[in-house]
Design a protein. Structure first.
Length: 512
């Protein structure tokens, strides 16, 4: 069953929690959690609404116990029960009919196409103290939706009336607790060397991130100035042109608290960045460089358990770029490195298997895209309005990869593996390095045995993620399948994790 669920609940302490679930069928199977602030194991009721010629919207309540599986939330059908409809309000327009029923604590809303008597959308809301407040809109009714059938003003009025009624019922039945208040914001200050230096070895910067809010927050550190690893924490340009990045790009796990930096109210956290070996200054040449810190953060309250990165709030701040003129030594800085040979035969076999599976995932996904086209809902979710050829070009580079000079290593030669990094690619060489937690991942067939795409723990998907860095120079803009889908079109085609989630979802939908 596919649809949209917004569940608001109040516990015994009066704390309201909002859970949002959005599950969509791709190719007849599959489920996607759009976002979730809190996961609950309690039973909840979902409303299925059906239409016939006599009654525009008849309600059948289905009790659906929730089944937790890793990071995904799924539902199973149980016993059904019928509920009555009372106090109807009907509004007619030339093309559609709005029918709202109030029998508090329940509210029902339907918008019906007059020509076919088929509901375009049906919504059911219930509000109980210490029980979930549920809004359900089964999306199977949206398959025949045509935009002309719903006038914008009518839709807005209907939804406004629905939520105003339920909010009034909530206030009347119990005192509302204030939801968790986010920090007012983060500020960033960056200091650097003198305005002119003789050597790139003097390019050292200190980023200070201050929590200006009244509450402590935890901030995802990867891909920001809070990341002390040799990743891209700055955008560097010379004469308005970007300078090539030559550091590392990562696959990371976001399940551990040490993936986040905790910043108390009023506290400032400082991170030092030495960028001499992270950008190709030698090719760019002497001149004035601009260093713009990356200051888009994803944060959570200090007491929140982040079940999924989509539950993180996005906070953007600004910081002035620092301009530094480099007049002398621009010599290319080589990374200090040890051997890249993998002496552990079991790990070497594991890496080789992941490599084979990554190429198969790429071939399967490329074939799927070529057949389904850009109007396919899964393609649109992960790549928006990008062309089929742009996506297949990146997938085909992975499928056809045959560079004998590229190394796949089980040794952390550059000290990047911090317990959350799964693997990383050194852009200057395109060599790929696997961290210890990579060897806990599962084979591709596990997608047919209960492993979810949202878990992002399929070894072939991880290697494909890194291979898109190595062969197409993709970036790490964000992580997590729902977060990937929220990116702009230009970001989607350039984000390695979009390809990881897409190819594993294609495999789960077409090969299982």
């Amino acid at each position: 069953m596919d649809g949209i669920w917004l569940i608001m609940s109040c516990d015994d302490d009066g704390r309201w929690v909002l859970d949002c679930y959005w599950d969509v069928l791709f190719g007849g199977s599959g489920m996607r959690v759009h976002s979730s602030i809190e996961m609950r194991s309690a039973r909840a009721a979902e409303a299925g609404l059906y239409a016939n010629q006599e009654v525009s919207c008849a309600l059948v309540g289905l009790h659906l116990p929730r089944v937790e599986h890793q990071s995904a939330s799924m539902w199973t059908l149980g016993d059904s029960a019928y509920a009555s409809i009372q106090s109807e309000l009907v509004l007619n327009t030339p093309f559609s009919e709005l029918r709202a029923s109030f029998h508090l604590p329940s509210v029902y809303l339907s918008i019906r196409d007059k020509a076919s008597t088929r509901p375009i959308i049906c919504i059911h809301a219930e509000l109980y103290k210490n029980r979930p407040f549920i809004v359900s809109a089964p999306s199977r009714y949206l398959s025949s939706f045509h935009p002309r059938l719903i006038e914008p003003s009518l839709a807005y009025s209907a939804l406004n009336m629905l939520f105003s009624a339920t909010l009034a019922a909530a206030i009347a039945s119990s005192a509302l607790a204030t939801p968790l208040k986010r920090a007012d914001g983060l500020s960033v200050k960056v200091t650097g060397p003198a305005s002119s230096v003789n050597s790139v070895k003097d390019l050292k910067f200190t980023a200070e991130v201050t929590n200006n809010g009244a509450e402590a927050v935890k901030v995802l550190k990867y891909g920001t100035v809070l990341d002390s690893l040799p990743t891209r924490s700055f955008t560097v340009t010379k004469d308005g042109q970007p300078v090539n990045f030559s550091g590392v790009k990562l696959s990371v796990s976001l399940n551990n608290d040490n993936a986040y930096t905790t910043i108390e109210s009023g506290q400032t956290v400082s991170v030092t960045h030495e960028v001499e070996s992270l950008f190709d200054f030698a090719t760019a040449g002497a001149g004035k460089y601009s260093f713009q810190p990356i200051t888009e953060f994803r944060v959570a309250g200090i007491d929140e358990q982040v079940a999924h990165p989509a539950a993180l709030a996005q906070v953007s701040t600004t910081s002035e770029a620092i301009e530094v003129e480099v007049t002398g030594d621009l010599g290319k800085r080589e990374w200090k490195r040890a051997t890249t040979q993998c002496s552990n035969s079991a790990q070497a076999s594991f890496i080789e298997a992941s490599y084979t599976e990554s190429k198969e995932l790429a071939r399967t996904a490329s074939s799927y895209v070529s057949s389904a086209g850009r109007s396919d809902s899964l393609f649109t979710a992960y790549f928006g309005g990008n062309s089929v050829s742009a996506v297949t070009a990146i997938l085909d580079r992975v499928a056809n990869e045959n560079d004998s000079g590229r190394t796949l290593s089980c040794t952390d030669d550059f000290g990047v593996c911090d317990g959350n990094v799964i693997a990383y690619t050194l852009i200057s060489t395109t060599n790929i390095y696997y961290c210890d937690i990579f060897f806990n991942e599962v084979d591709t067939q596990s997608l047919c045995r209960g492993t979810t795409v949202n878990a992002r723990n399929v070894r072939g998907g991880t290697t494909l993620h890194e291979m898109t860095h190595a062969t197409s120079n993709t970036d790490d803009i964000t992580y997590g399948c729902p977060a990937d889908q929220a990116l702009s079109d230009s970001q989607k085609i350039n984000n390695a994790d979009n390809f990881n989630c897409f190819v594993t979802q294609v495999y789960a939908n077409t090969q299982c």
